[in-house]
Design a protein around this ligand. Structure first.
Ligand SMILES: [Fe+2]
Length: 190
């Protein structure tokens, strides 16, 4: 079974994120889906070889990068679907309880997002303890917290903003993205 690229019902004219930026990024997401399928196909062929070839090991090693690259973009674009909505009360109370309010949560997200390098800023739920954690994940997989559920994912690769912003302006990209989020989608993941 092949993975298929999802389509997203994204609003037009998002303030601070141009259509060109979104289009470039969606095309890149589709590339991850293609490469997950390609990698799994190549790995299938290599698995039939009965040896410890480096080719097989290296293709296997690559799966976390391609798979998470695909999946994290789905969280990222789903969060923008159906336009900006007011933050639901449920999410407001959640943020108040766990982060001292939405403004403090946004500040923490921005601080983590400005970690040097490429990667993701993620809000996780640890279902074993009910704890919520904000993390930095380098690339798509390095530092990913095992067994957690992803509540919110912010792409901090340069391709996510460089049509519209320079690297020095990436804080402005974060502000624009946070304003464009459909918080209803995030609330439904709690
Ligand atoms: Fe991306």
């Amino acid at each position: 079974m092949n993975y298929e690229a999802k389509t997203f019902n994204l609003p037009e004219n998002i303030t601070g994120l141009s259509q060109k930026q979104i289009d470039v990024h969606l095309a890149l997401y589709k590339g991850y889906v293609t490469h997950v399928n390609l990698l799994l196909e190549q790995l299938d062929k290599l698995e039939s070889e009965n040896d410890l070839s480096y080719a097989k090991m290296e293709v296997r090693r690559r799966l976390g990068f391609e798979f998470n690259g695909m999946r994290l973009h789905e969280y990222y674009f789903e969060q923008l679907e159906d336009g900006t909505k007011e933050m639901p009360e449920k999410l407001k109370s959640f943020l108040q309880e766990h982060f001292g309010g939405s403004e403090k949560f946004f500040e923490k997200i921005k601080e983590v997002a400005l970690t040097r390098g490429i990667g993701w800023t993620i809000l996780h739920k640890d279902p074993k303890t009910g704890r919520y954690l904000i993390s930095w994940v380098s690339d798509h997989e390095l530092g990913m917290l095992s067994g957690t559920e992803i509540i919110f994912a912010l792409d901090m690769w340069e391709h996510a903003f460089m049509v519209d912003y320079t690297p020095a302006e990436k804080g402005d990209y974060v502000n624009a993205y946070l304003k464009a989020v459909n918080w209803e989608v995030v609330a439904n993941r709690l």
